[in-house]
Design a protein around this ligand. Structure first.
Ligand code: PLP
Length: 406
């Protein structure tokens, strides 16, 4: 059966057979898992599980082949020049920590790191810590009232002191898709290194690291229908080869004596210890699943769903949307407040009618402060969501207002 986005795709996800009425709208936090991912991991554990790389026996070689095969699947998914540019990490946060800590070692006091006001804490706090240690200056691209990047001062913000641009590809709060095509060439023109946080983008947009022209890019397995416990740090080989390791131990060395050690080339240099083996295999299956559906179909479908959801949400009385109200350059992630109702109460009432959403600051506290809010309710859609799911959300919101609005 051809896979296509929409309600028929729910059949590929066992959780929806288990919870028939579930309207799952927390996909920005984590996605459900298709059966191909569950089966790939199960099969590895049942038939050919062993630690990878160091075994000379057959099932270790089989496990290694599957693990390294997954690296190739991920390389194809993001159009990396080689599989060796793909480093498996614990999640996007771990990948972004490696990026900040390692790049900062090559910076000096007064160097500027340019971030945006949209950043998730995972691409903000590691830079705050790096700035403290290395006396770096953090600068920010502000956001407009609509939640898009305000590029009016970009030529001052990107200057000869800018050494790093670390930027989200898609906001997990506003759904904004940032203008990487404009910003990366500007940053490269002043010699800056560009780090892209693609944690949110990876489930909505095709990523082509070579076309983007960035230097490092991070995302998490669990947000692309893969398992938790695995993430990816992709880096340009020339840069990876010049970066020092971040963690030390087994698997990442070349030669060790009691006094010192030399380190393996990438990716092993950045993968100290036993890696997430079955998780890598699951991630490989997940990215192939996405490619089987096809980015053309995914983007068309999600654009239609975004358009429909925006139409319905902006018509809800008392609803304030935090983020663009037009579907262009926007992912189907909708954070909002409902006048007179606490965001957590909205989420609880929605849960009561079988609609799973998230409430809080979504690991973007400064961005919430920018909009004068401590918290929002967030409904985030993906390829298995439908217009009926939007309708269920909207009728749940009407119920919340009826029950609680002042
Ligand atoms: N960056 C963005 C934009 C995110 O939305 C998230 C997770 O919500 C992260 C980074 C961190 O991802 P993880 O918690 O999987 O490390």
């Amino acid at each position: 059966m051809a896979l296509q986005p929409g309600s028929s795709l729910k059949e590929a996800f066992p959780v929806f057979a288990h919870h028939r009425e579930l309207v799952f709208l927390d996909n920005a936090a984590s996605c459900q898992k298709p059966v191909v991912v569950l089966e790939a991991m199960d099969k590895l554990y049942r038939t050919s599980y062993a630690n990878v790389h160091r075994g000379v026996y057959q099932i270790s070689e089989a496990a290694t082949a599957q693990f390294e095969g997954a690296r190739q699947d991920v390389a194809r998914f993001i159009n990396a020049a080689s599989a060796e540019e793909v480093i498996f990490t614990r999640n996007a946060t771990a990948a972004l920590n490696v990026a900040a800590a390692s790049l900062a070692l090559g910076l000096k006091a007064g160097d500027e790191v340019l971030l945006t006001h949209l950043e998730h804490h995972a691409n903000l706090v590691p830079w705050q810590e790096a700035a403290k240690r290395h006396q770096l200056v953090l600068k920010f691209i502000p956001v407009t009232e609509e939640g898009r990047l305000d590029l009016s001062s970009i030529d001052e913000l990107i200057n000869s002191r800018t050494k790093v641009l670390a930027i989200t590809a898609t906001s997990n709060v506003t759904g904004t898709v940032t203008e990487l095509d404009k910003l990366i060439p500007k940053a490269k023109a002043v010699g800056a290194t560009v780090v892209v946080d693609a944690a949110q983008a990876a489930q909505h947009l095709p990523l082509d690291v070579q076309a983007l022209g960035c230097d490092l890019l991070a995302f998490s397995g669990h947000k692309v229908f893969g398992p938790s416990g695995i993430g990816v740090l992709w880096g340009r080989m020339e840069l990876l080869s010049s970066l020092p390791p971040f963690e030390f131990g087994g698997n990442m060395i070349q030669e060790v004596s009691y006094e010192s050690a030399s380190f393996a080339p990438p990716p092993a240099r950045f993968e100290a210890g036993t890696p997430p083996i079955a998780e890598a295999v699951g991630l490989g299956a997940a990215v192939k699943f996405i490619q089987q559906i096809g980015w053309g179909a995914i983007c068309d479908y999600e654009e239609g769903l975004t358009r429909y959801a925006l139409e319905k949400l902006v018509a809800v009385p008392g609803l304030r949307l935090i983020g663009p109200s037009t579907p262009e350059a926007r992912a189907p992630v909708f954070s909002f407040v409902l006048e007179g109702v606490h965001p957590h109460d909205v989420a609880s009432i929605l849960d009561g009618v079988g609609v799973a959403v998230r409430a809080g600051h979504h690991c973007a506290m400064p961005l919430h402060k920018r909009f004068g809010l401590p918290a929002t309710t967030r409904a985030s859609f993906t390829i298995y969501n439908t217009e009926e799911d939007v309708n269920a959300l909207v009728s749940g919101l009407a119920k919340a207002r009826q029950m609680l609005a002042l």
